[in-house]
Design a protein around this ligand. Structure first.
Ligand SMILES: [Zn+2]
Length: 282
């Protein structure tokens, strides 16, 4: 687990035990804003304390980039704050919480390296819902919160034009192939979202997993998704089956994957089959 001060405005928690999942703390003139709360319950509590001590400021808001469980496990430590999410994300989390059983949580922990990650978990839901756009203003600093969709229907980015920082959630990944396994993933919207990023004044892109990046990563992701799209569309027009597209698509190595039995490999195959349906495959 790494707590990292990037500069006076940005602190990160990077969870090396789960695909370098990133939670980002933005420092505003009078308060702190956190984006996503990661996988590890106890570490998020520590991170909050760490940033508040370092900055002598208090957290005021938590913004969720999307509903996936590796981004929301530490929400409970921000129940005194605005917990902001889109309608879609709020609904997904509500359903997820309702359906969560001890058995389900036990199965989820199998995929996580640190078996104590969920100790003390109290799934905490958003308390402030927005549709597509919201701004947080503190003195002369503005934070834009915008839902775009892409990786999932509720996927949202957080952009600070003053700090030239964009926090992308899983629409940007620097250590993992584009993850399109969510049923609401929309790769056409995803490409447009990444193109939108490039129109903004950004120096530091913070992905959902990996490390702080620049626009090269955004351009690379566009290229990977477009290559997958062009391949699948062609295969669909040739009447290829889902299995054929999955197998041939995987062999094409759109994104370098070393271990064919890894989560990355399974995610890539699942993404190919999901997007096969998306672009009209039967
Ligand atoms: Zn995700």
């Amino acid at each position: 687990m790494v707590f990292k001060k990037v500069n006076d405005y940005l602190y990160l928690l990077i969870d090396e035990s789960y695909y370098d999942t990133i939670s980002s703390a933005l420092v505003l003139p009078n308060k702190l804003v956190i984006v996503d709360t990661g996988v590890h319950v106890a570490k998020m509590k520590e991170f909050r304390k760490y940033v508040e001590e370092k900055t002598s400021k208090k957290f005021d808001s938590l913004i969720l980039t999307h509903h996936h469980s590796d981004h929301v496990m530490g929400n409970q430590f921000f129940s005194d704050c605005r917990i902001i999410a889109t309608k879609t994300v709020a609904q997904k989390l509500k359903t997820w919480k309702k359906s969560m059983t001890t058995e389900k949580l036990a199965r989820r922990i199998e995929a996580v390296e640190d078996k104590s990650a969920f100790d003390g978990l109290d799934i905490t839901l958003p308390n402030e819902i927005f549709d597509d756009y919201l701004e947080i203003i503190d003195e002369d600093i503005k934070i834009v919160v915008k839902r775009t969709g892409g990786h999932s229907k509720g996927s949202t980015y957080v952009y600070c034009p003053n700090y030239k920082i964009l926090i992308a959630g899983d629409n940007l990944l620097s250590n993992f192939p584009p993850y399109g396994a969510d049923p609401s993933s929309d790769p056409d919207v995803w490409i447009n979202t990444l193109r939108e990023y490039l129109t903004l004044d950004v120096e530091k892109y913070i992905p959902g997993h990996g490390k702080v990046s620049d626009d090269k990563l955004v351009k690379y992701m566009i290229e990977v998704i477009e290559n997958i799209r062009d391949f699948i569309k062609e295969q669909v027009s040739l009447g290829k089956s889902k299995e054929e597209v999955q197998e041939e698509g995987y062999a094409k190595n759109f994104y370098p994957i070393e271990d064919d039995d890894s989560f990355e490999a399974r995610a890539m195959r699942y993404t190919l089959s999901n997007w096969y349906k998306f672009w009209g495959g039967k």
